[in-house]
Each structure stands twice: as C-alpha cells, then as structure tokens.
Design a protein around this ligand. Structure first.
Ligand code: B12
Ligand code: SF4
Length: 491
C-alpha cells in the first residue's frame, strides 16, 4: 500500500493573498514560515510502527512547491491513498491541490488538520475530498489505511461498513453528511516519536540565519482562553508528555541526526513548573551540550525556572504579551499584569537568557492611547527582539464568535471553505484602517534600528551568511511600509 502524506506550502498559500497579519520580522526572517509538520509526522510514525512503511512525505512547505510542482511530485509516487494536512491559511492551496490530484490519480484523498475540525461539513462538501478527519488523526488514519488495504478481500459494501465504524471521520453519504465525534488521545506518551527522517530539509532554516535545529512538541493544547486564540476548541483537553518521554526524544534526535539545538513549539512550555524543572534536570545531567528555545507566558516564569532553564541550555524564550494596555489585556482575557510582566524580563536578563516578545495591534477597542502604551512598553523595556502582528480574527476563537454574534462580520472563513476562494479579511478595528495599522507596526518595529545598542549587540552576527541581507531587506520593508509606499498586505 503506497501512502502519500502532504504538507501544503504556507508561502505559496500566502501568495494567494491571504492576509495572515504576521509581522515582516516573522515572514521575512523565515522567508517561508517554517516548522516540522508535526501532525503528519506523528501519523507517519504510527503508520511505520504498524508496518505501513511504503510511505512518502511531501513537504511542499519545506520545499516551497507550487501547486503544479506538488501535484507532479505526488502523481509520480503513484499513491494508493493520499492524506493532506490543512490549516485555515493553507485551505485554498489544499483544496486546489486535492482537485488536481483527484483529476490525475485514482487514490482516495483524506484531509485532516485544524481547518477540517473547524469546518468539517464545508470542507467535505468538495468532492475531491473522500474523507475528512476531525480531532487527532494518528489512529483514525491508520484504521482507514488498514481497511483500504483489505479492499482486495472485502466487497465495496464491506469497506463502506467498516469505515462507518471509525470515529473521527466526516464523509458524504448520498445527500447526507456524516460526522463522527472527534478522537482526542488520552496518553500521548504511547505515541512513537514523529517521523523526522522523512523531513530532514526542515532541520535547516531556508535563510540559514540560524543553525540546524529540531522542532519538538512536549504537550498538546493550552489551558488558557485568550479570546483571539483559535486552538482551544479542538484540543479541548491539554495532554503533556512526561519529562522522561521528552528527554528520550531529544536524545534519540541527537543520536540519529547529530543536532543538539531544539525549538519547542509548545504554546506554554512552563505551564507545569515541576514538570519543567524535572525535564531541565534530565537535560542538564545528560552530558550533551544541548541548547533549546521555548515559548511561554510571562506569568508562568520565575527566577527558579530561569536558573534551571539556563543551566539546561535554554537560549531563548518567546513570550506572548500582546499589548502594553492593561484594559485591552484584560478584555482579551490574557490574564497578565503589565507591571509583573516587566519583572519577568528583568529575570531573563539577569539569567542571561535571550527573549523575544510577541505583540499585536488592531484589537476592536484599539485607540491611539493603547497603541502608545504598547510602544512605550517596548521602549521602556529596551526590547531588542519583538514582533508586532496585526490581529486577524481566526475561526474557532472566542473573538471570532463574538464578532459574528454581534453581526460585525460575516462568517467569511466559512464562505472561503465553501467557495475555495481566498477571502478579504474584514477590518475589525474601528479607529484604524488596515493601512494605518501597517504604518504603525512599521514605526514600532523600527525602534531597535534607531538604537546604537542594537548594532553593537549584533556586530558578531554579521558573519552569519544571510544576516546582513535579511536586515537590509527587513529595514527597507519597514521604511517603505512606514512611508506608505508598500501597499496594504491584503492587496
Ligand atoms: C507549529 C505551528 C505552526 C508552524 C507551521 C506548522 C506546519 N504545518 O508547517 C508555523 C510556525 C509556520 C505556524 C505559523 C502560523 N500559525 Co501555527 N501553529 C503551530 C502550532 C504551535 C503547533 C501545530 C502542531 O503541530 N500541533 C501538533 C499536531 C500533532 O497537531 P495537528 O497539527 O493539529 O495535527 C493533528 C490533527 O489536526 C490531525 N491532522 C492534521 N493533519 C492531518 C492530516 C491527515 C491526513 C489526517 C488524517 C489528520 C491530520 O491529526 C494530527 C495528529 O493528531 C499550533 C498550536 C498548537 N499547539 O497546536 C499553531 C496553530 C496551528 N497556528 C495557527 C496560526 C493562526 C498560525 C499563523 C497564522 C500565526 C498567526 N498569524 O496567528 C501562522 C501562519 C503563517 C502563515 N500564514 O504564513 C493556529 C491555527 C488556526 C487555524 N484555524 O488553522 C494554531 C492552532 C495556533 C492558535 N493557537 O491559534 N504555525
Ligand atoms: S494565546 Fe497562548 S496562552 Fe492564550 S490561549 Fe492561546 S496558546 Fe494559550
């Protein structure tokens, strides 16, 4: 049984004009947003564990493949079944690719991922998709593969009957759409490690600004309820790997790929202090010179954690602060106190850990004063590394539901899903147009370029290939945006 798993290209999806609100600091730095496609890599690992190893992972994101390039590569593999992962911002690409593949191969196409969990009926209304998977797909997909593998000995009706017993599936049945309940795994330690060997291109950042690194996840889901965030709805439970599992995975990667640098993609790495300390103890005592970056919330960080993280090799922390305005912070249910946040950055500096801070602008209640608070916070804290994204109401978020309920927007993501056309993301901020927000963002992101300290801190990095090119490109983009010469991201 030849199985093909596809990760759509994010950069080529963006070229369709979808406004993701991301800061140029993000999009230009990682010329294509780049990360191990964990979903299909775990699925691949489970398939291989169950002896389905005639498997190809086509990472169209890592290779930045156009639709026709991806389709040609997929076709040449002559798959018996195709699985595609799909997020909201890659949906249009995914749909078009599935249509091309349907026309060129006889293989059934199974689509999974966040966007399918959010709009299952709308996705599966397109005939190019034979099955949709909602929730976690490792064992659902395995079951589907097992059933189709037995096709030769089963009648078509028997195959259909067998498929009907599988949880987590969405499919058409005549005029009807059948939607089963999603699968959410209880024990994620029972999973094999993601099948990274099939995605070695992911270890290198395309711009080569940072060293080869391994992307890793130590938990799934988040316990918080920030209103702009869209994942909580399909991961209604948080599951954590044990420190022992994570440590073993790290050692496995070091021994197999010779890479000691890790990027943890957990939303809030330090959510459980004891677990974090235990993992740090294991890493510190392992004898390898490991370094790693994490993402977390400032309120889940303290001096004891900083010392342990530093000792274990944590070189960088990505904090989500979102805004410098306390009222907006309360309104978005971030649960942070700005004054306390400031103390956390001092802890980071005292312990010699680099950090990046994520901000957003363009909240519905944004005012010139609230933007000034964000700008002042950045200046007062002397931040060198931060990103300013423009808020996009993603489906599944409480904010999106609120705006729909108040009839301030249409369900434009649903329309996109039904029509397969890139939507124009509506303005949700009453005081600023999108062009204003772009200008404001550039002004805020120019701050470090106007400080001598930035150049002194970075002077060693100029020898890194691509570093100067990246900064010249970013600086000119910021200036052009600030001057209003570069158009609105959505045009
Ligand atoms: C890693 C990551 C990325 C990576 C990309 C990963 C990739 N595929 O290449 C990068 C860093 C590039 C990225 C970027 C962005 N991301 Co992101 N990202 C994540 C993150 C942190 C982890 C995703 C993950 O790997 N999860 C673990 C795996 C195991 O879960 P999974 O992918 O859902 O897969 C399971 C199921 O969905 C299903 N499944 C998935 N695929 C398939 C395929 C088949 C065939 C089957 C059967 C099943 C199946 O089974 C899998 C295994 O159980 C999540 C947050 C989170 N904690 O989930 C956000 C998240 C996915 N990102 C999100 C967003 C919004 C973004 C951005 C738009 C950022 C922004 N502006 O806010 C950008 C987009 C960039 C762009 N447009 O250019 C949202 C997605 C919203 C949505 N509706 O799609 C999330 C949920 C974050 C959030 N809290 O809102 N992201
Ligand atoms: S923004 Fe971060 S802390 Fe808030 S719900 Fe999303 S992942 Fe959790």
């Amino acid at each position: 049984m030849k199985i093909l798993l596809i990760n759509p290209s994010i950069s080529k999806s963006n070229k369709n004009g979808l406004d993701d609100g991301l800061s140029p600091v993000f999009t230009d730095f990682q010329l294509r947003p780049y990360c191990l496609p964990f979903g299909i890599m775990y699925i691949a690992a489970v398939l291989i564990e169950n002896n389905f190893s005639d498997l190809m992972v086509l990472d169209a994101n890592a290779e930045s493949l156009s639709l026709s390039e991806a389709a040609a590569r997929a076709e040449s593999f002559r798959p018996d079944i195709i699985g595609i992962t799909c997020m909201t911002f890659t949906y249009v690409y995914t749909l078009k690719l599935a249509e091309l593949l349907k026309a060129k191969t006889m293989a059934p196409i199974v689509v999974g991922g966040p966007h399918v969990s959010l709009y299952p009926r709308e996705v599966i209304s397109h005939e190019c998709f034979d099955l949709g998977v909602i929730g976690e797909g490792e064992y659902v997909f395995l079951r589907v593969v097992e059933i189709l593998n037995n096709k030769k000995t089963l009648s078509a009706d028997a195959v259909k009957q067998e498929l009907e017993t599988v949880q987590g599936l969405v499919y058409r049945c005549g005029e009807e759409l059948i939607k089963k309940s999603p699968e959410v795994l209880d024990d994620i330690d029972a999973l094999p490690f993601p099948e990274r060997a099939r995605a070695e291109k992911n270890f290198n950042n395309p711009d080569k600004i940072c060293d080869p690194h391994i992307d890793i996840l130590s938990m799934r889901g988040c316990v918080y309820n920030c209103i702009f965030c869209s994942h909580t709805r399909w991961y209604n439970r948080v599951r954590r790997h044990s420190p022992g599992y994570v440590f073993k995975e790290m050692i496995h990667c070091i021994e197999r790929y010779g890479i000691r640098k890790f990027n943890f993609y957990d939303d809030v790495f330090t959510v459980e202090k004891e677990r974090t300390l235990e993992l740090c103890r294991l890493i510190s005592g392992c004898g390898y010179n490991i370094s790693f970056s994490i993402m977390t919330r400032p309120d889940l960080f303290d001096d004891e954690l900083a010392r342990s993280l530093k000792q274990a090799g944590c070189c960088s922390i990505n904090f989500g602060v979102e805004t410098g305005d306390q009222d907006i912070l309360d309104g978005i249910r971030k649960g942070l106190d700005i004054e306390k946040v400031k103390e956390k950055f001092i802890i980071c500096r005292n312990n010699g850990i680099n950090f990046t801070v994520n901000f957003m602008i363009g909240f519905p209640e944004e005012t010139p004063e609230s933007i000034e608070s964000t700008r002042r916070l950045i200046k007062d804290l002397n931040l060198d590394s931060y990103k300013v994204n423009i808020l996009i109401p993603y489906p599944g978020s409480l904010l999106y539901r609120k705006l729909l309920k108040e009839q301030k927007i249409d369900d434009f993501w649903k329309e996109m899903t039904l029509k397969g056309e890139t939507p124009r993301v509506p303005d949700i901020c009453s005081r600023f147009s999108r062009a204003d927000l772009e200008k404001i963002r550039s002004r805020i992101e120019l701050i470090p370029y106007l400080r001598l300290k930035t150049y002194l801190l970075n002077c060693r990095k100029i020898f890194i290939p691509g570093f100067i090119r990246y900064h010249i490109k970013l600086f000119s983009k910021l200036i052009l945006k600030y001057a209003g010469i570069l158009p609105d991201n959505r045009n």
